[in-house]
Design a protein around this ligand. Structure first.
Ligand code: FES
Ligand code: FES
Length: 157
């Protein structure tokens, strides 16, 4: 039987009926049509599904949607409302060629956002560690690391 889920996503309030077994990823993608958040492995291994919940990064494929009651979610769509007004991390990914097929990109950018919210000047090692739950099969990671380094205020490490 469906239960009521009240939460905020990208600043908008939602109140919807949700089956208890549905994941946050399913509700974001299938109910709210926020398909920027990807579903890759579905088992917590690839990071394509990462979103922020009350500012903390989580794998949305592993979280039950009903656990999100009263919480505030940020997905990739919440970082910018138009192509003319991208988040600096999004801009930097484009400028550094850090996007190829793009499947990993929303999760990578949310992970970078989380890292930079805690550490404004991450070293290369810290960036690598922050991305250890995000898999990319295209870029070889170097351009992603460059993009994150460039947007942080520390470009020396
Ligand atoms: S889809 Fe969630 S970690 Fe891969
Ligand atoms: S850009 Fe293709 S998986 Fe990362």
């Amino acid at each position: 039987m469906k239960k009521i889920l009240k939460f905020k996503v990208n600043g908008d309030e939602y109140e919807i009926g949700v089956d208890p077994w549905r994941t946050l990823n399913e509700v974001l993608r299938d109910e709210l049509n926020l398909t920027g958040t990807k579903l890759g492995c579905g088992t917590g291994d690839c990071g394509a599904c990462i979103v922020l919940v009350d500012g903390e990064s989580i794998n949305s494929c592993l979280a039950l949607a009903l656990e999100m009651n009263g919480k505030e979610i940020t997905t990739i769509e919440g970082l910018s409302r138009s192509e003319d007004n991208l988040d600096p991390i999004q801009d930097s990914f484009i400028k550094h060629g850090a996007v190829q097929c793009g499947f990993c990109t929303p999760g990578m950018i949310i992970s970078a956002k989380f890292l930079l919210s805690k550490n404004k000047q991450p070293s290369t090692e810290e960036i690598k560690k922050a991305l250890d739950g995000n898999l990319c099969r295209c870029t070889g990671y170097y351009k992603i690391i460059d993009a994150i380094k460039n947007v942080s205020s520390n470009k020396k490490n």
